[in-house]
Write a protein that binds this ligand. Structure first.
Ligand code: ZN
Length: 402
């Protein structure tokens, strides 16, 4: 009996951890166990060691732009049976820098710098049986729905469903303004985010921006009185919920589809175009922000060249970028980037329709750290909140609200 008991206990103790992704934003590709052994730090002590090759899941091949390579940045998986085990993970094809883990699927923390022992590698002894591991702190579809519900209770917000995704999820737009304000020439600002589904920092950033706009600071009150904000926080809800990296579940990268006919793009892009057409029937937007996150470790505006727009438009984009720099240490002049405007992008579509009337620009937050400095500040919900405050101060200055 004794020997059987020992064998049975050993089998339990040596059970393989299990992987799954059956939850909001869950995603992983093929997982291969590379090794399992026991490590004996002292003669009377032992610890089980498991090593895995964890491949992120590729987005489907793009059926519209067949020359575009799919992405496989995002991963968010759950492991069970890991308590007190030393887990080694190699995660290829992705620029993993101190990703996040959680023991409850709600509260996520970054892996320590000492947990990353080699490029694309992690190792940690987990203290609970279940752990969630994600490229970045996830911003789930459920979080989006809960925040919409919360924001909708504000007297300054009206939430509309502007259409339905391919899989019939609502695409929501907030109209945020002080409806009692008698300000004569209200500015109009459009903001959208989460075209690229892995870009959770952009979603946390946008959430902070809306939360601050609904607060009672003098800045928030002034902006509400003088600006109408139209905000689509989650343009690609199917892709977010399904844990895709940069596409819809059908593989379409919405970011580069703005010059495509309706027959060659997805409902989500058609919804945005239709909404913008409708909202601009009475006049153009003053500013349109396309919120993204990038793997390169700095904040940036993609300022379009004068050659691809106009000298005046180039200067106005430089001005918004420079004003943002004055309000945050996280964004420096050398982080600013220049790009060529093209009709396939949202900004190109806006330029073709509204020319110099609308400053349409992409703003990027990093996933990892700011200022290209791993010894400096790392991206967190707290720092994204500070950055959102800087964006609002910059808008205030840009509109010369004093
Ligand atoms: Zn993006």
């Amino acid at each position: 009996m004794t020997s059987l008991f020992v064998v049975a206990m050993a089998a339990v103790a040596f059970a393989s951890p299990e992987f799954d992704t059956d939850f909001d934003t869950g995603s992983v590709g093929r997982v291969t166990e590379l090794d399992s052994t026991w490590y004996h730090p002292t003669p009377n002590d032992s610890i089980e060691v498991r090593a895995y090759l964890i491949r992120p899941r590729w987005d489907p091949r793009n059926p519209v732009d067949t020359t575009l390579l799919p992405s496989c940045r995002w991963f968010h998986f759950r492991m069970t049976g890991v308590r007190d085990k030393w887990i080694f993970m190699t995660i290829p094809y992705t620029e993993v820098r101190r990703p996040f883990y959680s023991y409850d699927g709600e509260n996520y923390v970054r892996f320590d710098a000492t947990d990353g022992i080699y490029p694309q590698g992690l190792q940690k002894i987990f203290t609970r049986d279940t752990v969630y591991i994600a490229y970045h702190e996830p911003y789930t579809h459920a979080r989006h729905a809960a925040k919409l519900h919360e924001w909708d209770a504000s007297p300054h917000v009206h939430v509309d469903t502007i259409g339905y995704s391919d899989n019939d999820r609502p695409v929501a737009m907030l109209t945020l303004t002080d409806t009692a304000s008698t300000w004569k020439e209200k500015r109009r600002v459009w903001i959208h985010s989460r075209v690229h589904t892995s870009e959770a920092p952009a979603a946390w950033h946008l959430e902070s921006l809306v939360d601050e706009l609904l607060g009672e600071t003098s800045l928030a009150r002034r902006l509400r009185q003088r600006v109408e904000f139209y905000i689509v926080p989650q343009t690609n809800p199917d892709g977010v919920e399904g844990g895709y990296s940069r596409s819809t579940p059908t593989g379409v990268n919405m970011e580069v589809n703005w010059d495509h006919p309706d027959s060659l793009t997805v409902p989500e892009v058609r919804i945005l175009k239709r909404t913008l057409d409708s909202l601009t029937s009475t006049g153009p937007f003053d500013v349109a922000l396309n919120m993204h996150s990038q793997s390169t470790p700095f904040v940036t505006y993609w300022v379009h060249s004068a050659r691809s727009t106009s000298v005046a438009m180039h200067r106005r984009k430089l001005q918004l970028s420079a004003l943002t720099m004055t309000h945050t240490p996280y964004y420096r002049r050398i982080d600013q980037r220049t790009s060529t405007l093209a009709p396939r992008y949202f900004e190109g579509w806006m330029w073709d329709k509204f020319g110099e009337a609308t400053v349409a620009v992409t703003f990027e937050t990093p996933y990892s750290y700011y200022r290209n400095d791993p010894e400096g500040t790392w991206v967190s919900r707290a720092t994204l909140k500070k950055l959102a405050h800087a964006n609002l101060l910059a808008l205030n200055d840009f509109f010369q609200f004093f």
